[in-house]
Design a protein around this ligand. Sequence first.
Ligand code: SF4
Length: 717
Amino acid sequence: MDINFIKSHHKLLKRWDYRWTPLSKGYTDKILYINVGSTEIAEKDVPVVMKEKFIGGKGYGLRLLWDATNPDTKWHDPENEIIISSGPVGGITQYSGTGKSLVVSISPQTNSVMDSNVGGFFGPFLKFSGFDAIEIQGKAKNEVIVFIDGINHTVEIIEAPAEAIDSHVLAEQLTEIFADSDSEKRNIGVVSAGSAADHSLIGMLNFSYYDPKRKAIRLKQAGRGGIGTVFRNKKIKALVCKIPGVKGNLNNVVDLELITERGRRFNREMRELDDKQCQMRQVGTAHLMEIMNDHDLLPVMNYKYGSHPDAYRIDSTVWKKNFTQNVPDGCWIGCNMSCCKAVDNFELKTGPYKGNIVTVDGPEYENAAGLGSNCGIFDPWYIVETNFYCDTYGICTITWSTVLAFIMECNQNGILNSERTAGLDLSFGNSLDALELLHRVSRGEDFGKIAGLGVRKMKELFIKNGWGDPVFLNDIAMENKGLEYSQYMSKESLAQQGGFAMTNKGPQHDEAWLIFMDMVNNQIPTFENKAEALHYFPMFRTWFGLVGLCKLPWNDVEPENNATSDEPAKVPEHVDNYVTIYKAVTGRAFDKKRLVEDSERVYNFQRVFNLRRGYGTREHDRQPYRAAGPVTREEYESRAERYDKQLKEIVGFDTAGKTTEEKMKVLRKHREKQYEMLLDAVYQRRGWNHNGVPTIEFLKRIGMDLPEVIEVVKNYQ
Ligand code: SF4
């Protein structure tokens, strides 16, 4: 569409001039508040106590959302907010993985607090424009764009009816509109959703970044929990931020040379070790495909199995050939891990953009495993095409994969059929009908509307309709807290089961990824070891989301001597890099102990936030049995040797002459008991009571005994 035509339909609703605050030691101490309903735009100061206790990123998001909402606020209420914040380290360019932001909102899927991390330009550009966070509230009457002009220091709310909705078109249009020349395109960051976010609860946000080699706009996703749906429900088409450029020391850090030195050290590791270790620069996280398959951890057919003979058809050798090689693929400036691989010159074969030649961002491991093996589809074309459409329609690929895998298993068991799915044959492996369903989600048509509800709400609907056995549906519906599982098969790793189902927001591996430590390397054999890991790693990983960092450079490539260090799983040398960088940015006294303590405060605040909304107790940490063990006879029998051995050696059950059903029953009882014992051990380690609620004494000890927090937890002591 003609850019001038689009611009001619813009109507300025509000302009607000502000006095620019430059960053000092990583912070501006200012928050940008925008109400798209009333068109109020204002600046707020960050209170000292907020900075001390919540640090930035997710911490700021949680603090602001708590204050803006009440315990009954629904996701579609005007007072629900979307908060985007990077963190004090976010936006430096001398170390890899330093451009992340956290997005926080009340989720349409879980009805509780959601956080989702994302790369791209917007978060750092917002900081350079003078704000540590943006807080968006209200609901616009008509489609609007929010434009933050970090050059002229104005913020505008613009009615914008003519632009596209789908992200790959919209981000291009807006970059074109707001950049005065081609060279300025690198100074624009756009946040958008897509047409499927209009018709589903599983919408996500795309954050754009400019790829100078391809001279193209690319997208990174804040995928989890339906925040794109909230965005579209507020009738926001996009947020746009424009800055004069990225150079020098915009964060005004305390010791730039120290950061640069650590950055050089890390870059040397990447040059020397990445090819031998993970090949992140060649295949991104897709290198995990064959590793997961080899260890029986790849989700296959709705997490029934952990490997498949056809997995080689979608493993990293295939992606290496499909990805464009030898181009810098970082989603933030200066990232040498450069893992955001892309398939270029891809011709779309279905949907509204059929025939278009596009660049597809990914697939990453989660997409290849989820869209592929978990749905019984071993076709790279399908994975790339679906990856593209999920992104541009604004749907989380992880969520969509688990939704589709659940639908396919329901179809296999007669819970769904082509009559109930409006003519679609949603059998495992049917890629064409699977794609058609995705297009129907984007159009809000027939069964597409049901699929867009997500797994939990679909499951509840099927039970209400009398379709299928409720126990079976609960067992195979791979969700916890209303959020779909990400793409790892956790049956043989008790610690990973906890890593998924004990999460604050729902089962996403960013909080705890213990599957290798636990199952493959057997580094945490006892309950005490597992509880310690389920304390340390979620706290440690939370910290990345407070300060603006990407987790991948922490442990995807490890220093050569890491194996001989005291605690190799923690990658001590890289932890030391982060401690050094944080101190060098902020000038604060800091060490690795303080790192965990800072996170612990925010982590517990989020747990209490869930509690405030009626969740956050032991019953909400329950997992579907599919995550813990074999639900069906075919699953048990496919790994009968393993399960029989465990029954004999661990449970002390004589399997001789027993039916599969008898053995499954005993195994289930054992595994469910183990999980309850794990909860007890972890709760105790985390300073929580038997019901999973932080004790007042513990909250005092960690400095999270704010009156409003104590007010909530005192009813659960
Ligand atoms: S490691 Fe990958 S995801 Fe992380 S910042 Fe670098 S390019 Fe982005």
